[in-house]
Design a protein around this ligand. Structure first.
Ligand code: ATP
Ligand code: MG
Length: 579
């Protein structure tokens, strides 16, 4: 027995449920009414057939969060009844991700596959009570007999088998006497039920596939709808939270609890799954993207997986904050991915040190700056947090600035570098551009010839003269080369799953979701460990990639400084109005 029924927690004073989501209200009310002995015991039950995604994070925050709020428990359970798709690698990934998100299951780590013996006994109990039978119909026939939603099904010719015959056949199923798919064990409920799930659903099927944990011990495997409620009951779960598509399965969930001898009566409550714009959240589809090489792996920083987000530089705090903000509701909706990025930005704005890096370098030569001279310039690490201190950044005669910070023919109100225009180099000096050097072959601008005003050290002119633009820079001699991966949405369509006829969600893959540039960054990033996060001033938040080495710095752009897609969307809408 795994139920943890020893700890009775105090329901506390009958507080108000105002402001709570509908699940939290139910839990408060159930405790107040003394249901489940006042306990709150939830579980997060992933199937180890893939890595967790942001939708799972919502379920994790809900289940673990709810248990925390009521001084209860939350189990982590592998729902591993389908041997064909599950693996120990995924189990390990799931554990790592839940822990990284900041949740602790203590001793309460379980596997549905550990209940196989007990589940088998429950099945025998059902047969003995004449509530389950072995059926010889095969896949196609089963569907024909099941009927349609508006038309009752027909009883299987095997439905009236005697208990003895059923016990014998089930034993032989288990012993491996029958081939895969030739028989099933079915619950005897009601073939005329208006709920299709109640039309004698399968409980066990024959499958000669070794299981990653039980090996060849079984050739029959219990179905999800049978396993889930009974696993919940065995663990003493009080509220079994699942997504809306299981609403129609609830009567079946309850039927199993009522018809076998279980130690607890969990209550299933459904909530809306998380859908995110520009994203698919289905393990099957994410696996397909991995297997077909559309991404580099489950941890590709463009993937909506926890491992992908982690590698991209998202923080657990930001993901939890996002899950809190979107809340829990009963109606399906699509949440804007901008909300998630906002939460990431907000966290990194406070905690990521700021450094300078130039993504697309353009060389600047300061003609009146002494050759060979190097100055150390003080730069603030994070103006949001003084305690993060400052650092020294080397300044010299040759610098790199951002190509996009120079315009030979500047439009009005362009305050960055342009011929004859003075700008401030962040923390350093005012410079003025006098000349451009072109590549004779391509006519491209490859170098700017500038002068600096030595009186403006620190970025201010003693004569009170103002400049409107401030740009970032790095010293050519001191800069580190970095491979920078600039990510955009993996899908170019708001809802990639909304496909045209004959189409596929992969048609919506964004061909520009990854751009790699060779950037130059300030030397303070030398030997920055994988996973460390920075703001490159004016360019966004970046995270040192897991592939980064001492010899080759690799950065992932975690998120831009502003929601650039909001602007694109606004322009698109404005364009539509003009038409
Ligand atoms: P997928 O549809 O991506 O394959 P799943 O539901 O089959 O997901 P499970 O491993 O069974 O994956 O999910 C574990 C738990 O996470 C379940 O309780 C499920 O309801 C919940 N969950 C899965 N996807 C979402 C989502 N998008 N939003 C909220 N909860 C989710
Ligand atoms: Mg599932």
């Amino acid at each position: 027995m795994t139920a943890d029924t020893t700890t009775e927690t105090d329901p506390g004073p009958p507080g108000s449920t105002a402001g709570l989501d509908f699940i939290r209200q139910i839990v408060v009310e159930e405790r107040r009414a003394g249901k489940h002995g006042g306990r709150v015991h939830t579980r997060f039950p992933p199937e180890p057939n893939g890595y967790l995604h942001i939708g799972h994070a919502k379920a994790i925050c809900l289940n673990f969060g709810l248990a925390d709020e009521h001084a209860g428990f939350c189990n982590l359970r592998m729902d591993d009844t389908n041997p064909t798709t599950e693996s120990a690698e995924y189990v390990q990934g799931i554990e790592e991700d839940v822990r990284w998100l900041g949740y602790d299951w203590g001793e309460r780590f379980f596997y549905a596959s550990d209940y196989f013996d007990q589940l088998h006994r429950f099945a025998v109990q059902l047969i003995e009570a004449d509530k389950a039978y072995v059926c010889d119909l095969r896949g196609k026939e089963v569907s024909e007999y099941r009927g349609l939603w508006n038309e009752p099904g027909r009883n299987s010719p095997c439905r009236d088998r005697s208990v003895e015959e059923n016990l014998d056949l089930f034993a032989r199923m288990r012993a491996g006497d029958f081939e895969d798919g030739s028989r099933t064990l079915r619950a005897k409920i009601d073939m005329a039920s208006s709920n299709m799930n109640m039309r004698d659903p399968a409980i066990y099927r024959i499958r000669r596939v070794p299981h990653y944990r039980t090996g060849d011990a079984w050739c029959i495997y219990p179905m999800y709808d049978f396993t889930h409620p009974l696993s919940d009951a065995l663990e003493g779960i009080t509220q079994s939270l699942c997504t809306l598509e299981f609403e129609d399965h609830r009567p079946l969930y309850n039927w199993f609890l009522e018809n076998v001898d279980v130690p607890a009566r969990p209550r299933q409550i459904e909530f809306a799954r998380l859908n995110l714009s520009y994203t698919v959240l289905s393990k099957r589809k994410l696996l397909e993207l991995v297997e077909e090489g559309c991404v580099s792996g489950w941890d590709d920083p463009r993937m909506p997986t926890i491992v992908g987000f982690r590698r991209r530089g998202y923080t657990a705090v930001a993901i939890r904050e996002f899950c809190g903000r979107i809340g829990v509701a009963k109606a399906n909706s699509v949440v804007s991915i901008a909300q998630l990025q906002d939460a990431v930005r907000q966290d990194l704005n406070q905690h990521a040190p700021r450094v300078m890096g130039v993504l697309r370098p353009l060389k600047v030569v300061i003609e009146n700056y002494p050759e060979g001279q190097v100055e150390q310039i003080e730069a603030v690490n994070n103006p949001e947090d003084e305690s993060m201190g400052s650092r020294q950044v080397p300044f010299s005669r040759e610098l790199y600035v951002e190509q996009t910070d120079f315009r030979e023919d500047p439009p009005k109100k362009y305050f960055r570098l342009a011929p004859g225009q003075e700008v401030r180099l962040r923390y350093a000096y005012f410079i003025t551009c006098h000349d451009v050097v072109r590549d004779p072959a391509t006519d491209e601008v490859v170098e700017l010839r500038c002068t600096y005003d030595p009186e403006t050290r620190g970025g201010y002119a003693p004569d009170g003269r103002k400049v409107r633009g401030t740009i970032h820079w790095v010293s050519v001699e001191h800069a580190l080369e970095a491979e920078v991966r600039l990510y955009d949405h993996l899908f170019a369509k708001l809802n990639p799953e909304d496909v045209d006829e004959g189409g596929d969600y992969k048609d919506a893959l964004n061909p520009d979701s990854l751009e790699v540039v060779t950037a130059r960054v300030e030397p303070s990033l030398a030997s920055a460990p994988a996973g460390s996060r920075y703001q490159l001033e004016r360019m966004g938040y970046f995270c040192v990639d897991t592939e980064s080495t001492e010899e080759r710095l690799v950065l992932n752009r975690t998120v831009t400084l502003r929601d650039t897609w909001a602007k694109i969307e606004k322009m698109r809408l404005a364009g539509q109005r003009e038409k």
